[in-house]
Ligand binder design. Structure first.
Ligand code: ASP
Length: 360
């Protein structure tokens, strides 16, 4: 590697960005990474040294599991001292989960890990993949005037916006702007220039790097809906190996007050299952003291997920349970902001950012 040139490790896990169309069926299939290199010759003109590691075979992100999170984390850990930044190419379907998971793995991160992907393969004329890839590399390589990385966080770049990874959700199956960070400001905007929003970018200066990559998969998501039956709730909460649940409630953290429902929650809490209350709304904040129904949930022992996403609550639970902490410690840390994944003190608008003005 030439001296003073920034070095970037590109990890290709799979996903649409590197897929090609099967000529006979029209179905998108994963392809060899050389396809990506050949279709983005601009990579050579970026002014940084880029090395590539690829998952073999590349995976559609719907097949990604905690096992691949660990594989990805290990690749970054093993190469941490050798590179200045990391760009992860990942399918969009579960990218928000992987980005959230990796944000918890790396404590004291002081280098950029930027996730990106695309809605159209790079070989297609109207692809969004080229721009996403090139800008993600530029961001991973960017230094401030003190020579520090501009965004030493796990982030996600998609269609002009850089977002904190553990604040993102996939919001569109077909638009180019497929991700949003509803409750936290964007970290950067890529227009003619890349404008970094310094105040929103976090730095873990002085905290030594620690990599904890064990995930406990004994978790579930339980989404409430009007008319949800006792059978469904009890079937999920009654899973013998269950240790953690993300309960997706209504509005500011409300749930039905039916006695059987509350009893099922009480029993689960008594069995040391950690239940995190997350709202089904895309913006805003769980406030269990606002209504009687929420207050009851708090009294039963549910933890407020505040304004975090389901993706981040779930992966954080898997991470904390994987660390082997006691139930009380998992509950305590679920209420803290470990990597900027939740807002501790909401603004008057009720969340970590002002109400979103939709771009479409
Ligand atoms: N199914 C693909 C995946 O998530 C979609 C994409 O890459 O955008 O891997």
């Amino acid at each position: 590697m030439a001296e003073n040139r920034v070095s970037i490790l590109l990890v290709y896990t799979g996903g649409t960005i590197g897929m090609v169309e099967n000529p006979s069926t029209g179905v998108l299939e994963p392809f060899d990474f050389n396809y990506l290199k050949d279709n983005v010759p601009e990579l050579r003109r970026l002014g940084c040294d880029i090395s590539i590691v690829e998952f073999n075979p590349p995976l559609d992100s719907s097949a990604i599991t905690p096992e691949e999170w660990v594989r990805l984390a290990s690749i970054i850990e093993e190469n941490y001292q050798l590179y200045d930044g990391f760009v992860i190419l990942h399918g969009t379907d579960t990218m928000a989960y992987t980005a959230s998971a990796l944000s918890f793995v790396f404590e004291g991160l002081d280098k950029p890990i930027v996730f990106t992907g695309s809605q159209l393969p790079v070989g297609k004329l109207r692809t969004d993949g080229k721009e996403n890839l090139i800008t993600a590399i530029e961001i991973a390589a960017a230094r401030d005037d003190r020579g520090r990385p501009r965004v030493p966080e796990v982030s996600l770049f998609f269609e002009n916006y850089l977002m904190r990874g553990n604040r993102t959700s996939k919001i569109s199956a077909d638009q180019f702007s497929a991700f949003e960070s509803f409750n936290y400001p964007h970290l950067a905007y890529a227009g003619i220039d890349i404008r970094y929003h310094e105040r929103s970018i976090s730095r873990s200066e002085g905290i030594p790097l620690a990599v904890n990559k064990t995930f406990d998969p004994h978790v579930a998501i339980l989404k409430l809906f009007p008319g949800i039956t006792r059978e469904v709730v009890e079937a999920i909460l009654g899973i013998p190996t269950l240790k953690g649940v993300v309960l997706e409630t209504f509005g500011s953290g409300n749930a039905p007050m039916t006695p059987w429902f509350l009893e099922a929650l009480r029993e689960a809490v008594a069995r040391d299952i950690v239940i995190v209350n997350v709202t089904q709304c895309v913006t805003g904040y769980v406030e269990m003291q606002r209504y009687e129904t929420g207050l009851l949930l708090q009294e039963i022992g549910l933890i407020s997920g505040r304004d975090c996403t389901t993706e981040s609550a779930l992966t954080k639970l898997m991470y904390l349970l994987g660390r082997g902490y006691s139930t009380e410690e998992v509950k305590r840390q679920m209420g803290l902001s470990l990597r900027g994944e939740l807002t501790l003190e909401p603004s008057d608008e009720g969340g970590g950012r002002e109400p979103l003005i939709y771009r479409h």
